[in-house]
Design a protein around this ligand. Sequence first.
Ligand SMILES: Nc1ncnc2c1ncn2[C@@H]1O[C@H](COP(=O)(O)OP(=O)(O)OP(=O)(O)O)[C@@H](O)[C@H]1O
Ligand SMILES: [Mg+2]
Length: 341
Amino acid sequence: MQYRRDLASPLSEFMGVLVLCGILFFGGQLILEGNAGGLTDKGFIMYIGIFTQIISPAKALSTSFYNMQKGTAAITRIEQVLRAPVVVEEAINAKAIIGFDNAIEFKNVSFSYEDTVILKNINLTIQKGKTIALVGSSGAGKSTLADLIPRFHDVSSGELLIDGVNIKDYNLMQLRHLMGIVTQEPILFNDTIANNIKLGIDNGTEQAVMNAAKIANAHNFISQKEEGYDTNIGDRGGKLSGGERQRLTIARAVLKNPPILILDEATSSLDTESERLVQDAINNLMANRTSIVIAHRLSTIRHADEIIVLQKGEIVERGTHDSLLIQNGFYKKLVTMQEVK
Ligand SMILES: Nc1ncnc2c1ncn2[C@@H]1O[C@H](COP(=O)(O)OP(=O)(O)OP(=O)(O)O)[C@@H](O)[C@H]1O
Ligand SMILES: [Mg+2]
C-alpha cells in the first residue's frame, strides 16, 4: 500500500502536467491561428486556471481511498484480537477462593496442544508450605506443567485440584491472585520500572516497591538509571538487560507476597554472583510458602522437598536430592554432568 501511495503522487502530478501541456499546446494553437470559435485568449487562460484547481481535489480523492484501505487493514487486525476465542472459561457459579490451606493435586493430568501430547498421566501432590522442583531436558513439559496451575491452559484430561476443589470451579481472578509467577520469558510492559513492579497490585506504595526491588537485588541497577524508578523500559522491557528484566519480575513477585510461588528459570540470566544474591532472596521468599521451582542449574533446587524429573511429558523419577542420587538414574546423570562443568 505504501508503495502504491508513493507511486500515486508522482504519477498523478506527471499526468496532470502532461494533460495541462496538451491543453496548452492545442488551445494555444487554436487561439494563435484564430479559429478557436467563441474562445477568447482571456477565457482560455481562465479555463487553464480553473483546470489546475481540479488537480488537487482529485488527488485528495485517491489519498482518501488509500486511507480507507489502511483503516480496513487495521480494523481486521483489531477484530482478530478482540474476537480471539477465550480458551479458559470461568464457571458460571464460580466459587470464591480467598486463601490456600491444604494442597495442590494433579490427578492423572494429561495435556495436549491440539494433537501433540505434552503431558501424560501426571500425578502429583504439593502440600502447603512445601517446595517442589521440576527438572528435565528442554521441551520436557516443565513450563507447561507449571502453566496449568494458574489456568493459562486447561488440562485435557484428569483433574487439577486446589484444596480438594477442581480449579475450573474457582473464580479465575481470585485463583490467580493467590500466585506469584516469575515466567521463563519476563513479561514486561512499555511503562516505568515502578509501574512494572506494581503490576496487578492496587496499592503499592513507593516504599514497598523499593523494598521489593532491594530484596530482588534490583535496587542498585535501578538507582543508577537517570530517572530511577520512573525510567521507561521500552516494549517488553527491551531497554534492559536479560538479568535486569528477570530481577524486575522477581521484585514483582516479592511485592505481591502470594501464598503460592511459581518460579520458571527465575535466575537463569544472572551471573553467578547476582544469582547467589537473588537465590538467597528467593530462598527467604520461599520460606513458609508453597513453591514450584523449575531450574536447569540443579544446585539451586537441591533442598527442595521433592524433585520431579520429567522426560517427554512423563514423570520418570521423583524424590529428594539424596534419594535420587541413590537411585542412580537420570537425575544422577544430570548432576554429574553439571559437576564436571
Ligand atoms: N503453544 C504451543 N503450541 C504447541 N506446542 C507447544 C506450545 N508451547 C510449547 N509447546 C511444546 O510443548 C513442549 C513442552 O514445552 P515446555 O515449554 O513445557 O518445555 P520446558 O520443559 O519448559 O522446556 P525448557 O526447559 O526449554 O523451558 C515442547 O515440545 C514445545 O515445543
Ligand atoms: Mg520452560
